[in-house]
Write a protein that binds this ligand. Structure first.
Ligand code: SF4
Ligand code: SF4
Length: 169
């Protein structure tokens, strides 16, 4: 029979020998494997007290960015939504009104911005597509949620806190 990979192991279908029928050697062999792990380096960590270092290319939860004056960077151009292979991003654009220059950097802004984390595959294409440096992926691990609705992150969940409000606290 032709093998597809070199990982296939042929099964021994010969009748069991007297030694195999005793089972004791097999039990001792199993125990020796278990005991050998006592002296091996531990592979587990006591999470959440201890955490493993992230990979340098780890991509966590999205953050909507502000500029140095605290204004929202996103101009609702939709490029991130177009680039998203999972169609996880939806938004609604709005025109900036007079007097709102301190809130939104561009003349257009995202009145609504949502990411469906149940769809997201954390590929980072939205971050790459954004011409305004408005969205980036943080090192925060996506928390679990019990409801589908809780996995749809709204603009208020994604927007980075205003620097002046953070400093005031
Ligand atoms: S990380 Fe990828 S899948 Fe998730 S929202 Fe961005 S582009 Fe879409
Ligand atoms: S996050 Fe960036 S790419 Fe997405 S709509 Fe806003 S400005 Fe455009």
């Amino acid at each position: 029979m032709q093998r597809i990979t070199n990982r296939a192991v042929e099964i021994n279908r010969n009748p069991m020998t007297f030694g195999e029928k005793l089972y004791v050697p097999a039990i001792l062999k199993g125990l020796s494997i278990t005991l050998s792990h006592i002296v091996k380096k531990k592979a587990t960590v006591s999470y959440p007290e201890k955490k493993r270092p992230f990979s340098p290319v780890f991509r966590g939860l999205h953050v909507l960015n502000r500029d140095e004056e605290g204004r929202e960077r996103c101009t609702a151009c939709g490029l991130c939504a177009v680039a998203c292979p999972a169609e996880a991003i939806t938004m609604e654009a709005a025109e900036r009104k007079a007097g709102e220059e301190n809130l939104y950097r561009e003349e257009k802004y995202a009145a609504k911005y949502e990411i469906n984390m149940l769809r997201c595959i954390f590929c980072g294409l939205c971050e790459e597509a954004c011409p305004k440096d408005a969205i980036y992926m943080s090192e925060t691990v996506m928390p679990a949620n019990y409801t589908r609705q809780g996995m749809i992150y709204k603009k208020t969940d994604l927007l980075i806190p205003h620097p002046k409000k953070v400093n005031a606290n």
